[in-house]
Design a protein around this ligand. Structure first.
Ligand code: HAM
Length: 434
């Protein structure tokens, strides 16, 4: 029978990768908490309407990429992003009244029916933050500085911060018209997607990857040159605040985002090490979204990080990646000694150590081989003679040094040896390959 496989664009995250995920997640929790963010978890399925109204019916995300299910009369969507759901929850639970601070972060799976490629999946994961109710340009700058602090803590390299202002409802319509005017005579030469964008959302032409189109767009009018006074002042203030925080950035007038809710600040962090899908994260200000979802005029700012991309960039030698392997492997020589292993394991596990042993008696050589494969830090060897003396041998696997320890002193001796460390991370793998 043919074996089933994970769906295209989805992947299993296997145990060997998990330490990297834990590190990416725990570092976010730790750093975001310093800025007052608290976790929120929203459902994976939401009303279709939430994203149609929140992200925009004409966006690729809603129009082409959303997984939509019809259950009876209900039309639901797998969330393609988490900003609209957070705003929905904020309104539904009147969080602006009940919480002293509306700063949220989330970690979770998102779904977009895109063409899979390196760094682009149909189920992917984001860590994101949303600040609601704060419109100071300092919030934009500080939140951007926070996410860079996060990426630096993970030791990601070759990063660049791109910022832009995408204007607001006061100045964008006129800009959109001037862009359409520029594009119209070029439509015959531009790709099919750009022709569609011309109709639905002309700013999105700047996302086009077709080289010939990009050349044609070089002389296109720029939103930055047509900002209204309040938007221009705001952009200057955001830039000044970034400079005060010593955050290096580059203004990218062609940076447009794939979601309609942005106003003013839009930003991305890219990595030179990612290939075509080079955005590690993206975000910006979305002052009209709360209202668009039926709430009061509450400003918002946030970003979302693509976790798979962070995991790809995380250096293997990050000092906070925990060592693999178990603390102890228990080895019995002879059947009589083997009977004692389960009690010893229970005692040592109660002390907080990770402990494994063979359930069926095997040769000493087979057991030691297994200890190596499991990258045990210590082997506890129990033979008939040691048993008679109520003792065991503790062997440090990194250097082979060993000594006999009375069972009454076992816990102290194990603690001392494990604290002393000496575990060579690569040792188990090397021996496997021998
Ligand atoms: P976004 O730019 O659509 O923004 O996604 C943010 C990040 O998610 C991207 O920069 C990328 O790293 C990752 N990402 C997006 N699509 C995929 C995919 N198919 N496969 C792998 N990674 C992907 C948002 O989602 C906004 N909600 C961000 C935001 C929060 N704006 C304000 N608050």
């Amino acid at each position: 029978m043919a074996r089933l496989k994970a769906l295209r664009g989805t992947r299993d995250i296997l145990p060997d990768e998990m330490a990297r995920w834990y590190l990416a997640e725990s570092t976010a929790r730790e750093i975001f908490a310093r800025y007052g963010y608290r976790e929120i978890r929203t459902p994976i399925i939401e009303a279709y309407e939430l994203f149609a109204r929140g992200i925009g019916e004409g966006t690729d995300i809603v129009h082409k990429e959303m997984y939509v299910l019809q259950r009876g009369r209900e039309r639901v969507a797998l969330r393609p992003e988490n900003t609209a759901p957070v705003v929905r929850a904020y309104l539904e639970h009147s969080l602006q009244q009940t919480l002293p601070l509306s700063r949220f972060y989330y970690i979770g799976a998102q779904f977009r029916y895109e063409r899979p490629q390196k760094g682009r999946q149909r189920q992917f994961h984001q860590i994101g933050v949303e600040v609601l109710g704060e419109d100071s340009p300092l919030v934009d700058a500080e939140t951007i500085a926070m996410v860079l602090e996060y990426l630096n803590a993970l030791r990601l390299e070759d990063l660049g911060l791109l910022i832009n202002s995408v204007g607001d409802p006061a100045c964008r319509p006129a800009y959109r018209d001037s862009l359409r005017e520029y594009l119209e005579p070029l439509l015959g030469k531009l790709c099919e997607d750009c022709n569609r964008r011309y109709e639905s959302n002309p700013l999105r032409v700047f996302d086009c990857k077709v080289e010939a189109d990009r050349t044609l767009l070089q002389e296109a009018p720029r939103m930055l040159d047509q900002l209204c006074d309040p938007c221009a002042e705001n952009f200057t203030a955001v830039r000044a605040a970034l400079e005060r925080l010593e955050v290096p950035y580059r203004v990218e007038p062609r940076l447009v985002r794939g979601l309609d809710y942005y106003v003013r600040t839009a930003f991305e962090v890219t990595s030179g090490k990612l290939g075509a899908q080079d955005a590690v994260l993206g975000g910006g200000r979305y002052d009209g979204l709360v209202q668009a979802l039926g709430g009061p005029p509450v400003p918002g700012f946030g970003f979302a990080i693509g976790l798979e991309r962070v995991i790809m960039l995380l250096p293997d030698d990050h000092p906070d990646l925990p060592e693999g392997g178990v603390d102890l492997f228990l080895v019995a020589v002879g059947d009589k000694a083997h009977h004692h292993l389960s009690d010893l394991a229970r005692q040592l596990r109660r002390q907080g150590h990770s402990v494994l042993y063979e359930y069926r008696p095997r040769t000493l050589g087979a057991q030691m081989k297994r200890a190596n494969r499991l990258q045990a830090r210590l082997a506890l060897i129990l033979g008939e003679q040691e048993l008679a003396r109520k003792a065991c041998v503790l062997k440090r696997m990194s250097d082979g040094s060993q000594r006999e320890v009375p069972l009454t002193e076992l816990s102290g001796a194990v603690n001392t040896l494990l604290e002393a460390g000496g575990h060579d991370r690569d040792r188990g793998e090397k021996q496997d390959g021998e």
